[in-house]
Design a protein around this ligand. Structure first.
Ligand code: ADP
Ligand code: ASP
Ligand code: MG
Length: 423
């Protein structure tokens, strides 16, 4: 049975019984083998048979993107980012063609399109390009010819014709951006879990599925490691008001609706717990403690498109020429690049030593209710202390608290924090 039109009715009440334009995104596991691709085709065909126009966005089959990255890294530890985009874009191209073929066998007219063919224009920042605009004229044309349009997720093209990719997990962004550009009635993100849970259900089996979550909470959870949605896609959805549903491609259970915050959402202090094991820490030892040094370091990292997250500067030591230590975290794949940037500044800035660690994990609690509740940080730190877990770094915002801890303690921390705040 197909899910109800509840989320559609939420958005445009009088559209419940009209033909709808639906954007559906299927992630790597959902298209992980040919049987799964055939299942996706069946679901798409069912929607189409009731008169809906369907645009399907697909990821590479699970493991394909990682496999391609490994091939490149076997040849060079820091491969050219332009060539990486050329290579990684092939993963999604396999899936679009296979999905179109599967639809053809069901008698459904379908056509596959690369990101560029679908009109997705990006800037030139290879491996993490931003979408500038989308001109979906050809998508519209195919839809009006009665075709299902299958678009390769995760990729776009610069105005000069260079192939780009949108950052890991970027097919979510393709789907949300296309839903906005096409003014779709419904945007569904199909994945291998039933929706957004209070934490990763693979770590905490009794995590609870959320019926709905605000953009801001989803954005924080996603940027703090909850891989279920790519954070940039949620940012985009918030900016353009795209209401979307995260649901399973393996069953018909209702999923989680992600939308603007409502007053009732503030009643919950902690909506979710996130765990990011994809972070690395860099400590720069013996940095001269004088104006302009931090600016020089972080500007150089920014110029090299390294995303820096938490930053901690220690109290300076020495009096004649005071020095300090600065620690910061970056995404693991950016560690080598960050290290090279700092190495390049070593003598110019007068840095004594660079220490790096990939054995860190970041655990965060997120909830819009934190704005109006006190004592949340104390309870978090106490919970970790009771588990004997040492906190290395802390950062907070209005609706989240994050701590960096030893990676090996990460899952234990998530379980304890989830039990303390959610149950
Ligand atoms: P896809 O390939 O469909 O894009 P991902 O692997 O990127 O899927 O994301 C889905 C995974 O996200 C789930 O299998 C789950 O382990 C993980 N996950 C992490 N945090 C959460 C959460 N809070 N709710 C649901 N899933 C989560
Ligand atoms: N295939 C890409 C990745 O693995 C994009 C995606 O799956 O959304 O990151
Ligand atoms: Mg994903």
């Amino acid at each position: 049975m197909l899910p109800t039109r509840l989320s559609l009715a939420d958005k445009i009440p009088d559209a419940v019984f009209c033909m709808a334009l639906i954007v559906q995104k299927y992630g790597g596991t959902s298209v992980g083998n040919t049987d799964r691709i055939k299942n996706v085709a069946k679901r798409v065909a069912e929607y189409r048979s009731r008169g809906d126009q369907v645009v399907v966005v697909v990821s590479a089959m699970s493991g394909v993107t990682d496999g391609l990255i490994k091939l490149a890294k076997d040849i060079a530890p820091l491969p050219s980012e332009r060539e990486m985009d050329m290579l990684l874009a092939t993963g999604e191209q396999q899936t679009i063609a296979l999905t179109a073929i599967a639809l053809h066998t069901l008698g459904v007219p379908a056509i596959s399109m690369t990101g560029a063919q679908a009109g997705i224009v990006t800037d030139g920042v290879h491996t993490k390009a931003k979408i500038h605009n989308i001109s979906p004229r050809q998508v519209h044309d195919y839809l009006s010819e009665g075709k299902v349009v299958i678009v390769a997720g995760f990729q776009g093209e610069t105005p000069e014709g260079q192939i780009t990719t949108l950052g890991r997990g970027g097919s979510d962004l393709t789907a949300i951006a296309l839903a906005a550009a096409l003014k779709a009635d419904l945007c569904q993100i199909y994945t291998d879990v039933d929706g957004v849970y209070t934490t990763d259900p693979r770590i905490v089996p009794n995590a609870k599925k959320l019926q709905e979550i605000s953009y801001d909470e989803m954005l924080e959870l996603a940027s703090l490691g909850a891989k279920v949605m790519q954070s940039r896609s949620v940012e985009f959805a918030k900016k353009f008001g795209v209401v979307f549903e995260v649901r399973s491609s393996l069953n018909d259970n209702p999923g989680t609706i992600v939308k603007e915050e409502t007053k009732s959402m503030e009643g919950v202090v902690v909506r979710g717990v996130a765990f990011d094991k994809n972070q690395a820490k860099v400590t720069i030892v013996g940095v001269p403690d004088k104006p302009g040094v931090a600016a020089k370091i972080f500007k150089a990292l920014g110029d090299a498109t390294v995303n820096v997250d938490m930053i901690i500067q220690n109290i300076s030591h020495g009096t004649s020429s005071p020095a300090t230590d600065i620690s910061f975290t970056v995404d693991k794949p950016d560690l080598l690049k960050a290290q090279n940037v700092i190495d390049g500044l070593k003598s110019e800035v007068g840095i004594k030593q660079i220490i790096t660690s990939e054995k860190i994990g970041k655990v965060s609690i997120v909830g819009v209710g934190m704005k109006s509740h006190t004592g949340v940080a104390g309870k978090l730190f106490e919970t970790l202390a009771n588990e004997g877990i040492n906190i290395d770094m802390i950062s907070t915002s209005e609706i989240k608290i994050s701590v960096v801890i030893d990676l090996a303690m990460g899952e234990q921390a998530v379980k304890a924090v989830h039990a303390a705040f959610i149950g």
